[in-house]
Design a protein around this ligand. Structure first.
Ligand SMILES: Cc1cc2nc3c(=O)[nH]c(=O)nc-3n(C[C@H](O)[C@H](O)[C@H](O)COP(=O)(O)OP(=O)(O)OC[C@H]3O[C@@H](n4cnc5c(N)ncnc54)[C@H](O)[C@@H]3O)c2cc1C
Length: 434
């Protein structure tokens, strides 16, 4: 089995190709091994290298570093996510714990980009939760109450106000949160790779096939080599289950997204020349849609149970058609052939939307499962799992560990059946919002 990615992610193709790629081709021993080089693994490696400047840290990825979900996402660095209800104090308390983690995640990314002077198209323009359905007003009003109680600045917008800001009259109601950042995910993760310290050895295109504990060491077998390590951090997110990790607590979901070419001056004028914006759906299976600062439109409107290792070109094309329809629904004046590229990416989900941050055995640690909000939380969890693995504690770890833990999931085939049924239900509920 190999992770075979499409080469069509616009965020990745915006960047210069890398040329210093090393692949694992012999046997090594080390103190520290990290599997997975997305935001989580790269942040863990950076932190460990600072904690142990005289030790060698090995970081391995099955594909090119950063080219999994970390480059393939929609680029919303979120301060809040939308959930129904939150009427009781207990739920409010849980929501606050979740938001505290998002806040720390934003701080981690901010610190990184400040320290390394990273240009990742950072825009603190907030984000919209929007719906075309008047009946969703109630959900947004409840959400507004939650945000007010917790001191998040936000406002509700309707029809014309919204149309002016977004350039489409598709939406009838929205809640705009002031916090939250839009960024270029590919540029961010590339900067994390480019600034890896010298004592981090990165091996790419090297799939971990299996691992086991033997005489206090963890033996890891790759296609063309092996690594014996004293301590290991698993940062493979959507691929945790395939490595036998926390199998009853997480499962992979495949998302696809499309990006248009930049709109021409005339096209941009036809939609009212809006400033950069990002919309998240009120109903979970609705479309995420974003206008970038260089006038491209990104849309993500699929989420499914699918083989996480590969999506064929034909299958991608089918999803691209759905995304073209999504764009045309909102911007009928734009031409039919405006989509420039379509790609897929894997996220990891838990049943109760809580993340995994744990020591799972002696010297074995895991961080992941951000349920679609991993830019900030992944960066934070990577740093903090490295500290936890060093037997240290921080205020951040206390905040992370105060969250609800992921809840148990039934085994296969019941899990797939349950997830598929739930997705069908959510898809039906959100059919107007796709
Ligand atoms: C379409 C899409 C839109 C999204 N939108 C957003 C958004 O707007 N905001 C947000 O915050 N989050 C979003 N996400 C989620 C976000 O991208 C992830 O939560 C985040 O990238 C997780 O980072 P990570 O480092 O933990 O995992 P990944 O980036 O998935 O990295 C894991 C790495 O592990 C490697 N790996 C897997 N198995 C093995 C193995 N056996 N051996 C070696 N290496 C292995 C993979 O190749 C991969 O590079 C989105 C995701 C997708 C796909």
């Amino acid at each position: 089995m190999e992770v075979v990615n499409d080469n069509s992610c616009s965020w990745i193709n915006d960047l210069n190709p890398r040329n210093n790629i090393k692949t694992l081709s012999s046997d090594f021993s080390c103190e520290w091994l990290i599997i997975g080089a997305g935001y989580t693994g790269l942040s863990a490696a950076r932190k460990l290298s600072h904690l142990y400047p005289n030790q060698q840290i090995i970081l391995v990825d099955a594909q090119l570093a950063g080219e999994g979900a970390s480059s393939r996402n929609s680029g919303y660095l979120v301060d809040t996510t939308l959930n129904d209800g939150f009427t009781s104090n207990k739920e409010l308390e849980n929501y606050k714990k979740k938001a505290d983690i998002y806040k720390l995640g934003i701080q981690s990314v901010k610190k990184f980009i400040k320290e390394y002077q990273v240009d990742c198209d950072w825009n603190e323009c907030g984000k919209y939760f929007a719906s075309s359905q008047d009946e969703d007003k109630k959900i947004l009003e409840n959400f507004s109450e939650t945000l007010s109680k917790l001191g998040f600045k936000h406002n509700l917008l309707i029809n014309k106000d919204l149309e002016k800001r977004l350039g489409t009259n598709f939406y009838n109601i929205a809640l705009h949160t002031k916090g939250g950042i839009l960024l270029h995910p590919g540029k961010l993760v590339r900067a994390m790779i480019d600034t890896l310290p010298a004592n981090v050895n990165l091996y790419e295109n090297s799939l971990l096939m299996n691992w086991k504990i033997n005489n206090g060491l963890i033996n890891c077998n790759f296609k063309n080599g092996s690594i014996k390590t004293k301590k290991i951090i698993f940062a493979t997110n959507g691929f945790l289950q395939s490595l036998g990790i926390k199998i009853n607590y997480n499962f992979p979901i495949t998302l696809t997204a499309s990006m248009t070419r930049p709109l021409s001056d005339e096209e941009f004028k036809s939609i009212g020349e809006p400033k950069e914006w990002g919309v998240l759906p009120v109903r979970p299976m609705g479309a995420t849609i974003r206008m970038t600062k260089d006038r491209r439109i990104l849309i993500r409107n699929t989420a499914e149970v699918y083989n996480p290792y590969e999506m064929s070109k034909t299958e991608l094309e089918k999803r691209s058609i759905k995304q073209k329809i999504g764009i045309k629904k909102r911007f009928p004046q734009l031409p039919d052939n405006i989509i420039h590229s379509t790609w897929s990416g894997i996220v990891s989900r838990t049943r109760n939307s809580s993340q995994i941050f744990e020591k799972i055995d002696e010297n074995i640690f895991v961080a992941g499962c951000y349920n679609g909000s991993g830019i900030g939380v992944g960066t934070l969890f990577g740093e903090q799992i490295a500290i936890k693995a060093s037997n240290e504690s921080t205020k951040e770890i206390e905040t992370i560990e105060a969250r609800k833990k992921p809840t148990w999931l039934p085994p296969q085939p019941f899990l797939d059946l349950g997830v598929k049924a739930r997705l069908i239900y959510e898809r039906l509920r959100a059919r107007s919002e796709v």
